[in-house]
Ligand binder design. Structure first.
Ligand code: INI
Length: 159
């Protein structure tokens, strides 16, 4: 089994267009996620002109704006950024489950990768640790997935 056709994405962004949807709720954390995502895209070759950043009020609105971006067919991948903190809302589980499900369904229905850079945390401290401190930066990680998947989709289409 030596001659199989391996298809995998590369971590290069040049030539791809990215949409980033970021929520304003918990903005001091989401700003760090956005910094991480932009840092990754620029360091892997994306041009500023090829990146659109869309702001929405909260995590609940993320899937709505993602759908609008996908509908344009202008983007090779969309990155979702937001922060849900259990302590702040009794409907944490409902929001987290619904938003996650919708984002995944949108990606599959439109055949365009959407990456998940939404922190779901028990406390503000835990959220901060995932936004550029102890536990890395979930925005940076989500951008990495978006780039790999954009490249993978392009290769699958060409295969
Ligand atoms: N939105 C968030 O992004 N994170 C939260 O933790 C949150 N809490 O705690 O309620 C939150 N609520 C707002 C929600 O996403 C909508 O924007 C709002 O209900 C208006 O539709």
């Amino acid at each position: 089994m030596n001659n199989f056709n391996l298809i995998e994405g590369e971590l290069k962004s040049a030539g791809f267009r990215f949409g980033i949807v970021v929520s304003r709720f918990n903005d001091f954390i989401n700003g760090k996620l956005l910094d991480g995502a932009l840092d990754y895209l620029k360091r892997t070759g994306a041009k500023a002109d090829d990146i659109s950043v869309v702001k929405v009020p909260g995590a609940f609105e993320l899937p709505m704006a993602v759908k609008m971006l996908l509908e344009t067919k202008k983007y090779n991948a969309v990155i979702c950024l937001g922060t849900l903190i259990r302590g702040e809302t009794t409907h944490f589980d409902l929001l987290a489950n619904q938003v996650t499900k919708l984002i995944s369904e949108l990606s599959i229905n439109y055949n365009i990768p959407v990456s998940y850079g939404i922190i779901t945390a028990e406390s503000i401290e835990q959220a901060i640790s995932r936004a550029g401190t102890k536990m890395g930066n979930k925005g940076f990680d989500a951008a990495m997935s978006a780039v790999e998947m954009a490249s993978l989709y392009a290769k699958i289409k060409k295969s």
